[in-house]
Design a protein around this ligand. Structure first.
Ligand code: UTP
Length: 301
């Protein structure tokens, strides 16, 4: 029997952006990691665009001290816009930064106690609805074939199976110890091999104990019940309140599936991943692609 209460529409997305970004210091001393640009768009912009494409209306930023730039980014910039108009310059570049009044909410995580704690800080805004989570430092780029971005693909799966979903990707087995790893169950028919049941979840396992090499990759659709689990959550791996541990407790009580994203993922929380994303997207841009290709050839010669 289908439990319709686990298929309510997903209208809200939480963006946990209160981390310290230590891997990018000193760049992240005064600005958040999520404001670092891939060419000319900050990471947070890609994340919000992905949510919008999936039909999500309300964006909830879980921020911390020194992170106001992200809220400013989605505000009107009166002086800038007036000056651009006076100078007869186009305002098109600012279009993606416009957000319906009331559709951006920021809450603070006063102390960075971990991803699970950051999500819990959004509980009053999330209320009793299912919600999406997007980690902006994991940049997910869909193919240009109409399948859409990662959250859109997950939303399509959610409309079919409801419950809880996470996006996963395969990594070499020796790398699993840095991530949340799934114990996969059956693959579901009719999804082209992209939807798998989740039988278990474990945060940062030793390679020899890992149940698979499928890691959670920064996108989630969860039922609000996870907030109640997080409320009583003990600290887990790394002394942090882990979202993975809270999700693991929901397995067996509610449907839990993993979506393998049909697209590319760049780990922009790491320096090499960040450079890779910049290069890959620059090479594809009609305005600068050719010049970047020529530049790369010169550098490698
Ligand atoms: P990371 O593990 O990438 O940590 O967090 P970080 O602080 O951003 O970066 P490093 O490792 O120090 O360089 C994953 C996501 O969870 C958020 C981060 O902002 C990031 O989007 N996060 C993490 C919080 O919002 N609060 C936390 O307490 C921890």
């Amino acid at each position: 029997m289908t439990d319709h209460s686990l298929r309510k529409p997903v209208r809200k997305a939480v963006f946990p952006v209160a981390g310290l970004g230590t891997r990018f210091l000193p760049a992240t001393k005064a600005i958040p990691k999520e404001m670092l640009p891939i060419i000319d768009r900050p990471l947070i912009q890609y994340a919000v665009d992905e949510a919008r494409e999936a039909g999500i209306e309300q964006m909830i930023f879980v921020t911390g001290r020194g992170k106001t730039a992200m809220v400013e980014h989605f505000d009107h910039a009166f002086e800038l816009e007036a000056t651009l108009r006076e100078r007869d310059k186009a305002l098109d570049a600012l279009e993606p930064t416009r957000i319906q009044p009331g559709n951006l909410v920021a809450v603070r995580q006063q102390v960075p106690l971990g991803l699970g704690h950051a999500i819990w800080c959004a509980r009053a805004i999330v209320g009793d609805e299912p919600f999406a989570i997007i980690l902006p430092d994991e940049l997910m780029i869909g193919h240009n074939d109409g399948t859409g971005g990662c959250m859109k693909q997950m939303m399509q799966a959610y409309n079919e199976v409801g419950g809880n979903l996470i996006s996963v990707l395969e990594v070499p087995h020796e790398k699993v110890s840095s991530y949340g790893v799934i114990a996969p169950g059956n693959k579901l028919d009719g999804f082209g091999g992209t939807l798998t049941e989740v039988n278990g979840l474990v945060e940062k396992p030793k390679a020899e104990d890992a149940p698979s090499n499928l890691i959670i990759s920064g996108r989630y659709i969860l039922q609000a019940d996870v907030m109640r689990t997080l409320e009583n959550q003990e600290k887990g791996a790394g002394g942090e309140i882990q979202l993975t541990d809270a999700m693991a407790k929901m397995i067996g009580h509610q449907p839990f599936h993993a979506v393998t994203f049909n697209g590319r993922r760049f780990d922009c929380g790491s320096k090499v991943g960040f450079v890779e994303a910049t290069l890959a997207l620059a090479l594809e841009r009609p305005d600068i692609g050719e010049a970047v290709r020529a530049m790369a050839k010169r550098l490698l010669a």
